[in-house]
Write a new protein. Structure first.
Lengths: 950, 186
C-alpha cells in the first residue's frame, strides 16, 4: 500500500515542478548584482599567470566581493562578506590583488581573508581581535622565503590608541611579524617599495591638524629602521585631507593639498622633502574634487596623474618623479574639457597609460608623452555622471586597445571597449524596495471601440463595426508582408520560445531605495527597458506601486507620488509630499474597475482622508501593533479594533491576494462527497509575537466585523528568526523557528504549518448558511472548521507567496524564499495537505483523492527549486502573476538580486512541448496529400476495370 | 380459407408451369451464366414447401407452436444476464475503451429490443394469439429491463451517474459577501 501511494505520488508530482536543463536561461533570468563598486577596490586582474585573460574584481558598498567576466558582464563568482563580519565596517571594504597571483586579499572591519581569484574559494580567513583593519597591501617584493605566486600581506590594524602593522603569510594567513606603534597616533595607511615597508600614521599636532609620520620598517623582520615626520599640520586637518598614499610603486608618494586648494603637496615616501606644485586653475570655477591615479606595480615608471574636477568640467596633469632626487615635475596636461570625465591608470610591463573617458570620447595617452595613442568617439553618449573607472590597455604594435569599466552615478556599471558599450550591469537594482507588474494599454483602444458599439443602436453599431473593419484593412499589406516570415518562424522555432502573445512577456516596474525606477521586460530575459531617476533621494521608502493601463504610480511614505509612463519611463505627473509620514497605502478599486483610488494610512493607523463614494471597509495596521477596521466613508473613529493580548505585538498581517480565483468551491473526497471550502475574501491573518514567553499567535480575522474566526498559539518560537505567512483560497500557511518540548511530542527547528478552512467538518454540508447566495459579516458569521498540519522543514523561510493562474484551476505552489541557501522553492500544495493520514497508510478512497501518508519531515525536493542551481541572494519579496495560459504563472523576485521565471505547477498542459515539431506535421500532411493524389487515379482505374471484368 | 362457391377454373398454363418444378436444364444451357440480378430460385422452392406444410397444419396447433416460439424469444434475453453480469464484473470500473464499449453494447441491446418489441413478435401476432402475446411481451420487456438495469448498475459502478454531491458541485456557486474589506498592510 505504501509503495502504491509512493508510486502514485511520484506519478502525480515528480514532473510537476522540475525544471529541465533546456529551460534554464530560456524561461528564467537572473540579475546577480554586486552593488556599487568602491573605487579603491575595483580592478582588472589576471588571475592565472598562464593565461592572459583577466577578470574584473570588485568589493562593493554592500560588502559583496565578486569577479565579473569583462567579456559579457557575467558574474564568475561572488562572496557575501557581510555574513562573515561581526564588527561594524570601518569605511568601505578593502580589496587587493596582484597580476598573476591567484589570491586576492580583502578586509572589512575586523575580518581579513584571502580568496582564490579564479573560483572565489576562501584560502584563509582571519579575525583581528584588537580592532579593525585600516589598510592592506600585498607585498610585491621577492624574498627568499616567498614561494612563487603567493604574496604576503601587510595589514594595518587600528586598535584603541595603537596601530599595529602585521605581515601575514600568503598561504596560511598566519602572522609573520608584527610592529606595534603605541605612540597614540592615528594609524592611517601602509605602503611598500621594493625594499621597505612604510607605515604611515597621523600624529596630532600641538594646536590642530595632523603631522604625517612615516615609519620605515624592514620587510623581513618588521623592525623599525627609521622614522620621518612631515610638518603638514597647516594643511592636513582630517585624515580625509590626504588625497593619496601611493601604494606599491617604485616611488610611493603621499599627496595632499593646502586648504585653499591652490597648491598640491607631494612627498616621495621615505624622503623628507615636500614638493609644492601650484594648481593652475584656468577654468574659473572652484575645484570640487582632486583624485590621484598612479600605477600600482613595483616595476612601473614613477609617473602619476592628478585629476581636477570642477562643477562644469575637468582637466588632468601628469607628473613624473625623479627617483634620484625625489623631485616631482609636471610633464604635461590633459586639457580642460567641459562635462564629466573619469580617468584610470593601467600598466603594461613598465609603461603607464592613462585612459580618460569624457562624455563624448575615450582617449588613451602614455604617461611619458602627451601624444594621444588612441581616441574613440563614444557610440552612445550618456548624460549620467561617470563616477570612476578602471581600465585595461592592450598595446598592439603602435596602436592600443582599451576597455574600461565605468561606474555611473545612477548605478550603471558599463564596460566601454574602444568607445563601444559592450555591456551594462544595472547595479542600481540591488536596492529594489518595491515592484509591480505593469499594465500595457495595447488593448485599450479596442476596448473603447467595443464599448462605443455596445451603446449605439443596432444599425449604428453595425455601421461603426463595418467602418472599424475597413479601417483595419490598412494593416493588411503589412500583415501579408509579415505572413511568410511568421509562418516560417513558427515552423522553425520551438513552441516554447514564442509565447509572448500569451501574456508571458510582461514589464515589471521596480523602484529602488535611491529614487530610481526601472522597467524590466520578462519577455527579454529581464532586460532593463528604461531607468529613470524619479526622486533625488537616498531613502526612498516606497510603500506601493500601482499599475493602471499605460502608467504606474509610485507612492512613497511621505505622501507624494510619481506617475511614470510604463513604455517610455517618462514622468507623467507628480504630487508633492504632504507633511505626515505614511505607514501604508490603501487601494480601492473604483466601481468601473478601470482606475484605482488610494488613500494613505498614518502611522497610528488612521486613513488620511475619508472616501465619500466608496462603500467598503478598510483594514489598517498601526505602528504600535494594533489592527483597525474603518468605514471607508468615515475616518474619525474605527469601526473595530483588534489589540492582541498583553505582551504580544503584531508583527505582520496578510490577506488574500487581489487576484485569487477559486475554480471549485468544494473539495471532492474519495467517496465523491464534497467538503465545502470556507471562502471569504475579507479574511486577514495577523501574526503577533510575545518576546517574553516566546510564543507566536496567529489570528484569523474577518476584515469587516473584526471578529476573530480562528486563533492558534505556537510555543517556543524564536521571534528573532523570520516568521513568514501567506493566505490564499481557503488556506493559510506560516513558518517559524520553534522549540517545542512537550510531553506528547517535541520538535526543534523550522516549522511550516498549513491550515485549511472548511464550512463544516462533515461532507456534503454547507454549514449554517447552507445554500444562501450571499452573506453579511455583520450578521452571525459562521466559524470555519480548521484542519491544520505542521511539517519540519530544513531551513528558514523569509517570505512566502502563492502562484497565481488565470482561473485558479492549476494547483497552486507555495513559493518560499530560502535566505540561507539563496534559493526560491515552490512547494506543491498537494504535498502540504493537512488531511494526509497520520500514522497509517491511506485508505483506497484517500489514495484516490491523492492523499498519502503524513511524514513530519518535509525535505525540499530538488525538483521543487524554481531557482535550481542559481544563487538568488537577498530576496525580499516574490511576485506572481497569471498569464493568458492557465498552466503558467509568472514569478518575479526582487530585493538584492533580481530573479524571474515561469512556474507551471501542473505542468505546461496547454502548451505544445518542445518535442512537437510543426515541420514534421506539415511534411506528414503534405506526404499524405501527395500519396492520395498519386493513388487516386490508379484506384479509380482499377475500379472501372474491375467493373468491366465482372 | 375462403369458401369457393364455384369450382375453380383450371389453372392457366403459366400457373401450372410456375408451380411445377423447372425442368432440369440441359448441359449446354447450364453453362450459360445467369443474367445480372438473377438468383437461382432454390429458396423460393423451399418457402413454397413450408407454406404448403403450414397450410396443411391446423390453426390451433399453429397457435400453440407460435406461442411456444414467442415464449422462447421472450425468455432469450434472460440467458444473457449471467454472462453479461460476469463480463461487467470482470471488466473493472475504470474508464477504458473496452469497458466503455462493453457498457455501450449492454445498453444498445435492451434498448433496441424494447423498441422492436412488436417487431420481434410480429410473425407470431395473429388475431387469435394477440391477447395471449401481451403477457409474453411484458415478460420480454421485463427481461430487457433487467439487462438495462445491469447496464445502469455498471455505469453507476464506473461513477458515471450524477448521483453524488460532487457531480453537482460545478453548478453550485460561491456565496458572495455583502461587504468588502480593503487591506492596507504594507
Amino acid at each position: 500500500m505504501r509503495l502504491q501511494a509512493a508510486l502514485f505520488f511520484a506519478a502525480c508530482l515528480s514532473p510537476a515542478a522540475a525544471i529541465y536543463p533546456d529551460e534554464v536561461n530560456h524561461i528564467d533570468f537572473h540579475h546577480a548584482l554586486l552593488g556599487t563598486p568602491s573605487p579603491d577596490s575595483t580592478f582588472f586582474l589576471k588571475p592565472s599567470p598562464a593565461s592572459n585573460a583577466s577578470l574584473l574584481y570588485t568589493l562593493s558598498d554592500k560588502l559583496l566581493l565578486g569577479a565579473v567576466n569583462p567579456r559579457d558582464g557575467g558574474l564568475v563568482w561572488r562572496q557575501n562578506i557581510s555574513r562573515s563580519v561581526n564588527s561594524p565596517a570601518y569605511g568601505a571594504g578593502l580589496l587587493r590583488g596582484f597580476d598573476g597571483n591567484d589570491a586576492i586579499v580583502g578586509a572589512v572591519g575586523n575580518y581579513i581573508a584571502s580568496w582564490s581569484a579564479q573560483d572565489g574559494k576562501v584560502g584563509w580567513e582571519n579575525r583581528v581581535s584588537e580592532g579593525v583593519v585600516g589598510d592592506l597591501e600585498l607585498l610585491e617584493l621577492e624574498d627568499a622565503t616567498a614561494t612563487s605566486g603567493v604574496r604576503d600581506t601587510v595589514a594595518v590594524v587600528a586598535s584603541e590608541g595603537a596601530g599595529i602593522v602585521r605581515r601575514l603569510n600568503g598561504n596560511t594567513g598566519k602572522t609573520v611579524w608584527e610592529f606595534k606603534d603605541t605612540s597614540g597616533d592615528v594609524p592611517f595607511q601602509v605602503s611598500s617599495s621594493s625594499t621597505e615597508v612604510f607605515y604611515i600614521s597621523l600624529q596630532s599636532a600641538m594646536l590642530k591638524g595632523f603631522k604625517i609620520k612615516v615609519t620605515v620598517l624592514d620587510p623581513l623582520t618588521g623592525q623599525q629602521t627609521r622614522q620621518q615626520i612631515l610638518n603638514t599640520e597647516a594643511d592636513v586637518a582630517t585624515p580625509e585631507s590626504v588625497l593619496y598614499v601611493g601604494a606599491n610603486s617604485a616611488s610611493p608618494i603621499i599627496v595632499w593639498t593646502d586648504k585653499s586648494q591652490k597648491s598640491l603637496k607631494v612627498n616621495v615616501i621615505g624622503t623628507k622633502e615636500i614638493n609644492s606644485i601650484t594648481i593652475d586653475n584656468t577654468s574659473g570655477s572652484e575645484i570640487r574634487q582632486i583624485t590621484v591615479h598612479a600605477p600600482r606595480k613595483l616595476n612601473a615608471l614613477p609617473h602619476f596623474l592628478v585629476h581636477f574636477e570642477t562643477v562644469t568640467g575637468a582637466w588632468a596633469e601628469v607628473f613624473h618623479v625623479d627617483l634620484m632626487s625625489a623631485k616631482v615635475t609636471k610633464a604635461y596636461q590633459l586639457p580642460y574639457l567641459p562635462g564629466q570625465s573619469a580617468v584610470a591608470a593601467s600598466v603594461i610591463d613598465a609603461n603607464v597609460y592613462f585612459t580618460r573617458i569624457t562624455d563624448l570620447e575615450a582617449v588613451v595617452v602614455s604617461s611619458a608623452s602627451h601624444g594621444i595613442l588612441g581616441r574613440w568617439d563614444l557610440q552612445k553618449p550618456s548624460s549620467d555622471i561617470a563616477l570612476h573607472s578602471v581600465s585595461e590597455v592592450v598595446a598592439k604594435g603602435k596602436s592600443v586597445a582599451v576597455r574600461s569599466a565605468l561606474f555611473r552615478k545612477h548605478g550603471d556599471w558599463q564596460l566601454i571597449r574602444n568607445g563601444q558599450i559592450e555591456w551594462t550591469r544595472h547595479e542600481g537594482l540591488i536596492d529594489a524596495v518595491a515592484a509591480t507588474w505593469a499594465e500595457t494599454d495595447a488593448q485599450e483602444d479596442l476596448a473603447h471601440e467595443l464599448e462605443v458599439e455596445g451603446h449605439e443602436t443596432l444599425y449604428g453599431a453595425y455601421l461603426h463595426r463595418v467602418k472599424r473593419h475597413v479601417r483595419d484593412l490598412e494593416h493588411l499589406p503589412d500583415w501579408l508582408k509579415d505572413l511568410p516570415k511568421r509562418i516560417l518562424s513558427s515552423i522553425l522555432t520551438d513552441e516554447v520560445s514564442n509565447l509572448d502573445s500569451f501574456g508571458v512577456a510582461r514589464s515589471v516596474i521596480v523602484a529602488t531605495k535611491n529614487g530610481r525606477v526601472y522597467a524590466l521586460d520578462t519577455g527579454k530575459h529581464g532586460a532593463v527597458s528604461w531607468g529613470v531617476q524619479a526622486v533625488e533621494t537616498s531613502q526612498w521608502n516606497v510603500k506601493a506601486i500601482l499599475a493602471s493601463p499605460g502608467v504606474a504610480t509610485i507612492y512613497p511614505d511621505d505622501g507624494s507620488s510619481v506617475t511614470v509612463d510604463v513604455s517610455t519611463g517618462k514622468i507623467v505627473s507628480r504630487i508633492e509630499p504632504s507633511s505626515s509620514k505614511l505607514h501604508s497605502i490603501a487601494v480601492f478599486e473604483v466601481q468601473d474597475g478601470s482606475s484605482l483610488a488610494t488613500v494613505g494610512v498614518r502611522e497610528d493607523g488612521t486613513p488620511v482622508t475619508a472616501f465619500a463614494n466608496e462603500d467598503g471597509f478598510l483594514v489598517t495596521t498601526s505602528v504600535d501593533g494594533r489592527v483597525l477596521g474603518w468605514f471607508a466613508k468615515y475616518n474619525k473613529t474605527p469601526v473595530w479594533e483588534f489589540v492582541p493580548p498583553s505582551g504580544e505585538k503584531v508583527v505582520d498581517a496578510t490577506a488574500r491576494p487581489a487576484h485569487d480565483p477559486v475554480a471549485s468551491i468544494g473539495k471532492v473526497l474519495g467517496n465523491r462527497s464534497v467538503l465545502y471550502k470556507y471562502l471569504n475574501p475579507n479574511l486577514a491573518l495577523v501574526t503577533a509575537v510575545n518576546e517574553q514567553t516566546h510564543t507566536a499567535s496567529f489570528y484569523l480575522l474577518d476584515g469587516v466585523s473584526g471578529k476573530v474566526l480562528h486563533a492558534t498559539t505556537q510555543a517556543g518560537v524564536d521571534s528573532t528568526q523570520p516568521i513568514a505567512s501567506v493566505m490564499s483560497e481557503n488556506w493559510f500557511a506560516y513558518s517559524f523557528w520553534g522549540d517545542v518540548d512537550g510531553s506528547e511530542s517535541s520538535a526543534k527547528g523550522y516549522q511550516l504549518v498549513i491550515s485549511e478552512l472548511y464550512e463544516s467538518p462533515f461532507p456534503n454540508d454547507r454549514g449554517v448558511l447552507d445554500s444562501a447566495t450571499n452573506y453579511s459579516s455583520t450578521a452571525a458569521l459562521p466559524l470555519p472548521h480548521v484542519i491544520s498540519q505542521a511539517f519540519m522543514i530544513p531551513e528558514s523561510i523569509s517570505h512566502m507567496a502563492v502562484t497565481q493562474t488565470r482561473q485558479g484551476i492549476t494547483t497552486r505552489q507555495l513559493l518560499c524564499t530560502l535566505p540561507s541557501s539563496n534559493s526560491i522553492v515552490g512547494i506543491p500544495r498537494p504535498v502540504l495537505d493537512p488531511r494526509r493520514p497520520v500514522d497509517r497508510d491511506p485508505t483506497t478512497a484517500e489514495a484516490e483523492e491523492g492523499l498519502f501518508r503524513y511524514a513530519p519531515y518535509l525535505d525540499f525536493d530538488g525538483k521543487w527549486y524554481l531557482s535550481h542551481t542559481r544563487d538568488v541572494a537577498g530576496i525580499k519579496a516574490v511576485l506572481s502573476r497569471p498569464t493568458l495560459l492557465e498552466s503558467t504563472s509568472l514569478i518575479f523576485a526582487y530585493g538584492s538580486d533580481i530573479y524571474g521565471t515561469r512556474a507551471t505547477p501542473s505542468q505546461a498542459f496547454d502548451i505544445l512541448g518542445k518535442s512537437f515539431s510543426k515541420l514534421q506535421l506539415v511534411l506528414t500532411v503534405v506526404a499524405l496529400g501527395e500519396g492520395v493524389a498519386v493513388l487516386a487515379p490508379m484506384v479509380r482505374r482499377k475500379q472501372v476495370n474491375a467493373l468491366w471484368r465482372a | 380459407m375462403s369458401q369457393a362457391r364455384l369450382p375453380p377454373p383450371p389453372p392457366p398454363q403459366w400457373v401450372v408451369s410456375l408451380n411445377s418444378p423447372m425442368p432440369r436444364p440441359s448441359k449446354a444451357a447450364s453453362s450459360i451464366p445467369d443474367p445480372p440480378g438473377f438468383s437461382s430460385s432454390r429458396g423460393g422452392k423451399q418457402r413454397q414447401q413450408q407454406q404448403q406444410q403450414a397450410t396443411t397444419k391446423r390453426p390451433e396447433e399453429t397457435d400453440a407452436l407460435k406461442m411456444k416460439k414467442a415464449w422462447e424469444i421472450a425468455i432469450a434475453p434472460s440467458k444473457q444476464i449471467p454472462m453479461n453480469a460476469i463480463m461487467m464484473y470482470m471488466s473493472g470500473n475504470s474508464l477504458q475503451i473496452f469497458s466503455i464499449m462493453m457498457v455501450l453494447m449492454l445498453f444498445k441491446g435492451p434498448i433496441q429490443g424494447l423498441i422492436g418489441t412488436n417487431a420481434a413478435f410480429a410473425k407470431y401476432d395473429t388475431p387469435s394469439t394477440h391477447s395471449r402475446l401481451l403477457g409474453v411481451k411484458v415478460v420480454y420487456m421485463l427481461m430487457q429491463l433487467v439487462l438495462l438495469c445491469l447496464g445502469i448498475w455498471k455505469v453507476n459502478a464506473m461513477g458515471l451517474l450524477p448521483t453524488t454531491r460532487s457531480d453537482w458541485l460545478a453548478w453550485e456557486s460561491e456565496r458572495q459577501p455583502l461587504e468588502r474589506a480593503h487591506f492596507a498592510f504594507r
